[in-house]
Write a protein that binds this ligand. Structure first.
Ligand code: CUA
Length: 406
């Protein structure tokens, strides 16, 4: 196999060094351009964030495991070194004495590892007993992972307009207390991983996994999908926004009471609303409402993220773009989302082809003005200012670096 490959390579003429250097330079520049094309988050995932009780427990547990490993390593190395030195062949011409049948030594060699395993088991079970129980009255968030976005539902909070309060790709939770997460998947296996607030769990279709997370520090944290799940696995991100209990309560109360504002007659928002709810059948443009929900309107689709408070969000495309870039990308996103996010299941609105369940389909057509109207409508879907979870919430960038917390 190796030979055939080498043969084949030697048969093809190797390009000159200059051509090769230029080739790799172009490849590197191409890669750089590709990477800069998608916005990288400047927030760092950090396992060792001691603001989380979950992380503190796991950290002290791992100190034990590391300490025992060091003892084993030093002990075994010392025994090996001693034996190799003492029983060198040049100093010991005869076969060394065998210890088969030495009951005391054999018992000791079995007992030491058994004690270490028991010690680690007891420590593990103790940590599990501390982390796993769900105390009564813990706020619960139901998480649904789908290709390639996340939905966060607050099962205890029924919206006044009907249905449970949900938010897409931005998970709001209270700081300073345990929060119980129930994660599942709507298609393939995903991984929920926001290390600053606690451990990761696989999101598995038809299985609900429950665990507790927490952080003492209010702030915006980064979360990523941690299980390879398709073309936009790397673009399946989210934010975790931990708020003081008071602000969390304000968010939940406003989300519960939320009804999308009725757009003014003749406004861009009104035209956008009509397109959102009805689509444009004469050009084949599908209604956004078929897949998205907006609380307090007839839009009740569940195939895509909930857009009830879209205007409050500061990320777009499941955390693919943030801040100003998210604002700038909204129209291109509506127009042809599979083009800007590989594997996106949203229909196109510029007439180009897109794929649904492996079948190619042609998108309907909206004009740039109509897409602008939909964008204007979406931006108008805002929570009241005192419930805006982004406002004045510090973005936690990299707590492992000095001064990294912003
Ligand atoms: Cu979802 Cu990777």
């Amino acid at each position: 196999m190796l030979n055939t490959i080498q043969d084949r390579q030697s048969r093809t003429r190797r390009p000159s060094r200059a051509v090769r250097t230029t080739g790799s330079l172009v490849a590197a520049l191409g890669l750089a351009a590709l990477l800069s094309g998608c916005q990288r988050s400047d927030q760092t995932l950090f396992l060792g964030d001691m603001a989380s009780g979950y992380n503190r427990e796991v950290f002290f547990m791992s100190l034990w495991a590391i300490a025992l490993s060091v003892i084993i390593f030093v002990g075994v190395s010392a025994a090996l070194f001693y034996t190799v030195q003492k029983f060198r062949e040049d100093k010991n011409p005869n076969a060394p004495q065998q210890f088969h049948g030495n009951n005391r030594l054999e018992t000791l060699l079995v007992a030491v590892p058994v004690v270490i395993v028991i010690l680690l088991s007891v420590l593990t079970v103790r940590s599990m007993a501390r982390l796993n129980p769900v105390p009564a009255g813990t706020p619960k968030i139901d998480i649904l992972g789908k290709q390639f976005w996340w939905n966060f539902a607050y099962p205890a909070t029924t919206a006044d307009a009907g249905g449970v309060v949900t938010n897409g790709n931005e998970m709001v939770m209270p700081a300073g207390r345990l929060v119980t997460l129930n994660v599942t998947s709507g298609d393939v296996v995903h991984g929920f991983w926001a290390p600053n607030i606690g451990g990761q769990r696989a999101a598995i279709p038809s299985v609900v996994r429950t665990w507790n997370v927490d952080t003492d520090r209010p702030g915006v944290y980064q979360g990523n999908c941690s299980q390879l799940c398709g073309a936009s696995h790397a673009n399946m991100r989210y934010k975790v926004i931990a708020l003081s209990q008071e602000r969390y309560d304000a968010f939940l109360a406003a989300a519960k009471a939320y009804r999308a504002p009725a757009p003014a007659a003749g406004s861009a928002e009104e035209r956008g609303y009509n397109l959102f709810v009805n689509g444009k059948p004469e050009t084949g443009a599908l209604a956004c409402a078929a897949c998205h929900r907006v609380q307090g309107t007839p839009a009740a689709g569940a195939a895509g993220p909930d857009l009830s408070f879209f205007g409050t969000r500061r990320t777009l495309g499941a955390g693919m773009w943030e801040g100003d870039k998210a604002r700038d990308m909204l129209e291109p996103w509506i127009k042809n989302s599979p083009e800007v996010k590989p594997g996106s299941l949203m229909p196109t609105y510029d007439g180009s082809e897109y794929t649904v369940s492996g079948k190619k389909q042609k998108g309907g057509v909206l004009t740039d003005d109509e897409i602008g109207d939909i964008a204007a409508y979406l931006r108008s879907l805002r929570l009241p200012d005192d419930a805006d979870y982004w406002r004045d919430t510090p973005v936690i960038k990299n707590i492992s670096a000095p001064g990294g917390q912003q």
